[in-house]
Design a protein around this ligand. Structure first.
Ligand code: DGY
Length: 319
């Protein structure tokens, strides 16, 4: 008997084909966002769930999952939406999809840097609304990216690819992480043991860290004050790392010249202040949204399921 797998969102066709071949999948062809109650009901009799970060598998939800569930194979690298302790408590294995989205997310981070620095939202709006009238030396002047210092919080897989792409713009890379990386992984990046040490070196600041209680509101008013005047902040990790009120105040005062954001607190009902500001470049959480990467994420999630049901340890086990 093929195991029954609850798949919470519409996945790429090739991934769903493989699911149909190897499992009894309960698919969601309309891609409707399930409530917790619907997810729990949908999991009845299933051995596995393949969720995305859009499903919050809190301790309360995990406690109510049917006993048949043995593995949660996330279609995401982030797993902050899953209460790992609760899963461990119930003996449920949890996996994620690292590595396969590093290129796509790093590309998006570079887009955020360029979009924020070169005022892409303002420019696009002018053209689309037929308000573009003229050219002048003082028109739409932004910040140059080339040759600037980029500070990265979290020089993991995605952070390192972003650093590599940024070096294509002759950027000098600085980073903060919990531990200093070996030189082969630093590739010349300058380590700073605390965020406070890093921030004064950041003409651009990019977040690629994991969402944990320790990184919550990491960028707050006190730390923003340590940035050089006119710095640019970008975030393609998780919205929780930013204190929205503090960043919006800094964008209004000009302390932060611009922000490029792909992730937010309380998505998709983001802080309205971001929408109102001209100096924000806003994307709707699409860091991994390329055809190649979404296929690869699906295959990676299925590789984890395959290993688990073959009695092996899944490569990307996080709990
Ligand atoms: C991830 O994989 O964590 C992305 O944010 C999409 O969920």
């Amino acid at each position: 008997m093929k195991p029954v797998v609850l798949v919470t969102r519409k996945l790429p066709d090739a991934v769903e084909d493989r699911l149909r071949r190897d499992y009894q999948p309960r698919l969601n062809p309309d891609d409707r966002l399930y409530s917790s109650d619907e997810l729990i009901a949908g999991a009845a009799g299933a051995a596995a769930i393949v969720p995305c970060h859009t499903e919050r598998l809190s301790a309360e939800v995990i406690t109510r999952l049917p006993d048949s569930i043995r593995i949660i194979a996330n279609f995401s690298v982030g797993f902050d939406h899953v209460d790992l302790e609760a899963a461990k408590g119930r003996g449920i294995v949890v996996t994620n999809t690292p590595e396969v989205l590093s290129d796509a997310t790093a590309e998006l981070t570079i887009l955020l840097m360029l979009g924020a620095a070169r005022r892409a939202s303002e420019g696009e709006r002018l053209v689309r609304t037929r308000q573009w009238r003229d050219w002048s030396p003082s028109f739409m002047v932004g910040t140059q990216v080339t040759g600037k210092r980029l500070g990265i919080v979290g020089l993991g897989r995605v952070g390192r690819v972003t650093a590599r792409r940024a070096r294509g713009f002759d950027m000098e890379i600085h980073y903060h992480d919990l531990h200093r990386l070996p030189p082969i992984q630093e590739e010349g990046a300058v380590f700073h043991p605390t965020p406070e040490d890093l921030l004064p070196h950041c003409d651009f600041l990019a977040f690629h860290c994991v969402a944990t209680p320790q990184t919550r509101k990491m960028l707050n008013a006190e730390r923003i004050a340590l940035l050089p005047d006119g710095a640019i902040v970008v975030n393609a990790s998780r919205g929780t790392v930013i204190d929205d009120e503090a960043l919006i105040a800094a964008l209004k005062s000009g302390k932060v010249a611009a922000a490029g954001l792909d992730v937010y607190n309380n998505e998709p009902d983001i802080h309205p202040g971001y929408r109102e500001l001209p100096n924000t470049f806003l994307m709707p959480h699409i860091g991994s949204a390329t055809r190649e990467t979404r296929d690869a994420m699906g295959y990676r999630a299925l590789d984890n399921l395959d290993a688990f049901f073959a009695g092996r340890k899944p490569a990307d086990r996080v709990a």
